[in-house]
Every structure is written in C-alpha cells, then in structure tokens.
Design a binder for this molecule. Structure first.
Ligand code: PSV
Ligand code: MN
Length: 424
C-alpha cells in the first residue's frame, strides 16, 4: 500500500496552526534555523528489511498481523514510513533472509516508494538449509579452510546482489568466537578471519565500502572474534581504505562510553556505519532513544563535531541505519519512534554552541560545559524536526497519521492476520 501525498497534505491542515506557533516560538531562539532544517531534510536513515516483522527473543515470538510476506511488501512498508516522515529513504537487505529474485521488479518497487538500497548484510551466523558446511564453530575464523571458503563465497554473492540493486556497502557481522576457555586460539581465529576478510575485500567494487561490525558477546559467551571497536579497527586498518568500523549501539559491555568510541573512530577516519537501537542491559534491540536519550544526544554531538572536523557530509558520508527488533510493538510504529528519536538527537547536536563549548573546555569550566550540553538537550526541537518533515512533504505527526489512517488494520486486511515474514 502507498499513502498518497495529497492525503498527507490534507491531514496536515488541522495541525498546521498549532505547528506554526510552536515552530515560531522555538525557532525565534535559533539563528541558523534554515541551515539546520536543510540538514534535517537531507538526513536519511536506512530501515532494515529484517525488522519489519514481529521480532522475538529465544523464548518466543508474538505475531501482530499484516506482516510483509515478500521483499516487495517489505519495501512497501518502508515506503509507508518514508511517506510519513521523509527521513526513511532507504532499505538495508539481509541475505539470505531477503534474496532479490527479480532485480528490475524490486528496483521498480523501490523507485515507486522513493527508496534507495542501503548496505547489504551477509549472514554466516546461521546455517541455511542445504548448506554444505556448518558455522557451528565459526565462519570466517573457522579452523577448516572449506568452511571459510564457503563463508567468503557467501559474502561475495551478497556483494553481487547489492551491486545489482545499487547498494554501495557490505556489512559483515560475525557471530564467530568461542563459548569456553581454550576452545580456540585467539591469534589463529584473528588471522583466519583477516585472511577471509581480505578475500572478500578483494571482491569489493571500487566505489564500495565494507563495514566490520563488532559485538561484545552473544551468541558466543566467552570470546567474540570481532568483539569490540579495537578489534574491528584492527581489521579495518589491515584491510585498507575501503574498510570501516560499524558501531551498533547495542553491542557494547554495560556503560561503555560509546560517544568516546565514535569520536576516536571518526578522528582516525575509520567510522563507516551505524546501527541505531537502545538497550538497558545488552543487545536488547529496543526502540532508539527509549531508554537513554541523553546518551543518544551525546553520541550525535560527537558525530556532528567529528564529521565537521573532517569536512564530512552528515547525510551521505556515514551509513545510518536502524537495527532493532520488536516484541511488543507494531514494528512500523516502533520504527517511526526510532527515526523521530534519531532526528531529535541530530537536531539537538546541530544546536550545540561549539565555540562556547571549546572556550569552556579551554578554561576547564566543567560546570559551563555541562550547562551548554544540557541546555541543548532540554530544548524541545520537535517543532524543527516537524517543520523539516512538512517542507519535505511528510506528515506533521507521522505516528498520529499512521494510527488515524489505520494502516496496520489495512495491512491485516490485505495480507491476513497470520502472515509471516523473514528476519530476526
Ligand atoms: C547482530 O546482533 C546484528 O546487530 C547484526 O547487525 C546482524 O546482522 C543484525 O543484528 C541482524 O541479526
Ligand atoms: Mn547490528
């Protein structure tokens, strides 16, 4: 299903006068409001193809009805999000959960929904039916050369799918590691993984990037071969200039200072991609900004500062994506909330008075530095984000309109109450 632009315009009418007042009030204090709005309009967040259905935990899954049954329907769902908020302009495919069968047909659906194809993701953390070798003891790290070869081959196949669709990056997340002390040689696992990644890197098209995603633990619980940003950075550095680290917010040990990680990776020119979500304990895959919105803002503050320091384009020079799962919410509502939280944090980061902050730091004025950041964090920037959406043809209240139009009910009618999807 597609939401007509005209419907969005009509529905915005009733909210327009309240919005104008709120926007005037907020923007009166912001000199660079036009510049900020342009940046907000340009910012696009990739939606993962695997997060459009009911997520689950290892204890089970609750279905919600109307789940997309095919890749085409997944693209249409992202199209609904993008029509509403105008900041969800791409979809990221996970192979083999979403193998495109007919590239032209898939590209056409994407085009109709004004979507691009973000990074493609390989999967060597699950065994697939009819797969020759098992990944039980790892994929790119495996002690058996034949297993490594199979995993390398899969990644190269994923690149081919991505090329056909117009993707420009491959994300590699490995579950490789060990569950018990002594199970593997850390050095050997690293060397095997590096050699395998080098083979994949060699197959990367000239204008592509490879993102090496790290994760502290799970499904391996003693060691993970790409377990933290240091290990990812090491792989990315050894691989070459097309290789970067990908930061997934849920992949750190408790209380890790992610904003500092981001700052240093950017400083070294090795931050490539981002997976947004939120967590209370570990890789909880909760809605972005639902648990630690201040941390999200602090991360964006470093992202903006670090990208500006390198003259990078906020919208295009990093791969922005959501990576989450939904156990108790309608995934489309969850994703609308995540995108909104990201846009709010980004808008707030754009408001930080960098000069004043630098001065406070030079004077070791700790109190002032905190005040500068917290004043921004406590500023309600939602009218700015809404104005950017309005100017791009989106809904003033994406979530409100989603409910008013009864999109989920329509999807259930169209696809059935028990439709199943692939994904997390
Ligand atoms: C792993 O937890 C991860 O964050 C990786 O990005 C995967 O590809 C994704 O989740 C989906 O399982
Ligand atoms: Mn991830």
């Amino acid at each position: 299903m597609q939401i007509a632009k005209q419907i969005i315009e009509e529905k915005n009418e009733s909210l327009l006068s309240a919005h104008r007042k709120q926007f005037e009030y907020t923007s009166a204090f912001i000199e660079s409001k036009d510049e900020i709005i342009q940046k907000l309009k340009a910012f696009q967040i990739g939606i993962p193809s695997w997060a459009l259905g009911a997520g689950g935990t290892r204890f089970g899954r609750f279905h919600f009805g109307g789940a997309p049954r095919t890749l085409e329907e997944k693209i249409e769902d992202v199209g609904v999000l993008h029509a509403l908020n105008r900041n969800s302009g791409s979809i990221s495919l996970h192979i083999p959960w979403d193998i495109p069968q007919d590239y032209d047909a898939i590209k056409k659906v994407a085009q109709q929904n004004e979507l691009k194809f973000d990074a493609v993701n390989s999967n060597t953390f699950q065994d697939q039916p009819n797969q020759q070798y098992s990944y039980k003891f790892g994929s790119l790290q495996n002690v058996d050369k034949a297993v490594r070869k199979q995993a390398v081959g899969h990644n190269i196949e994923v690149i081919k799918h991505g090329e056909a669709l117009g993707s420009k990056a491959l994300t590699v997340w490995l579950a490789d590691g060990s569950c018990f002390p002594g199970q593997i040689s850390f050095r050997k696992a690293f060397e095997n993984t590096l050699e395998s990644l080098q083979e994949i890197y060699a197959a990367l098209p000239e204008d592509w990037k490879i993102f090496v995603e790290y994760k502290a633990f799970e499904p391996n619980f003693y060691s993970t071969t790409v377990g933290d940003w240091g290990q990812s950075y090491l792989f990315a550095s050894k691989l070459g200039k097309k290789a970067y680290t990908l930061v997934d917010l849920g992949h750190h040990l408790a209380n890790a200072n992610i904003e500092q990680i981001v700052a240093l990776l950017l400083m070294e020119g090795k931050l490539g991609g981002f997976h947004f979500n939120d967590s209370k304990y570990a890789d909880d895959d909760l809605t972005t900004g639902s648990i630690k919105p201040y941390q999200l803002f602090l991360i964006f503050n470093e992202l903006v500062d670090g990208m500006d320091a390198r003259g990078m384009n906020h919208a295009n020079d990093l791969g922005w994506m959501i990576d989450a799962s939904h156990n108790v919410k309608d995934p489309l509502e969850d994703l609308l909330q995540s995108v909104e939280a990201i846009m709010i944090a980004y808008a707030q980061a754009l408001l930080v008075d960098k000069k004043a902050l630098a001065e406070a730091r030079e004077n070791s004025d700790v109190v002032k530095a905190q005040e500068i950041l917290q004043n921004v964090f406590r500023t309600d920037v939602r009218p700015l984000v809404a104005e950017a959406r309005l100017q791009s043809g989106g809904a003033l209240s994406p979530l409100g309109l989603y409910r008013e139009l009864k999109i989920r009910e329509q999807l259930i009618k169209e696809r059935g109450a028990n439709s199943q999807t692939t994904g997390l």
